[in-house]
Design a protein around this ligand. Sequence first.
Ligand code: ZN
Ligand code: ZN
Length: 177
Amino acid sequence: MRGTGGQQEPEAAGPEGAAGLETALAHAEAACAARGAQLTELRRQVLRLVLEAEQPVGAYALLDRLKAERPGAAPPTVYRALDFLLEQGLIHKVERLNAFVGCADAGQHGEGRVGGEHEHHHHPHQFLICRVCGATVELTDRGVAEAIAAAASRAGFTAVRATVEIEGTCARCAAAA
Ligand SMILES: [Zn+2]
Ligand SMILES: [Zn+2]
């Protein structure tokens, strides 16, 4: 459970067990419904595949896995579902890897948040990508987002979206080295 405010521990984007997965899917369905969008069975399947993956997963890997359940699935099937999930803020794209991860914050909306912040389904985030094991962790550091917006603003630029992907070595791999 996340605390209210303060520093948040980075969470791996991986699965949290079957119960956690079902909870995440239920939250996702509710979040979509609250916005008048429908998490159809297909979209739910694709979201589950993304959440189940240990690492960020590419569209074609998802398609392969989806075909186990839906033999007729084609690339547009997956891309349309991914677009929906991105639009709903349930997943993010890791540009560096051309792959998708579940939002570490999805399903937390409205829990322990203040003001209108739970209205956002797009939030500034950063990724830490381990070059050794590929582990990708999502950070939500407001200070980073604000610094980028301020720097852009000083250049007379209105920032709308920033992709912040930091490559390096995760704590586990650093300890093993
Ligand atoms: Zn997120
Ligand atoms: Zn690592």
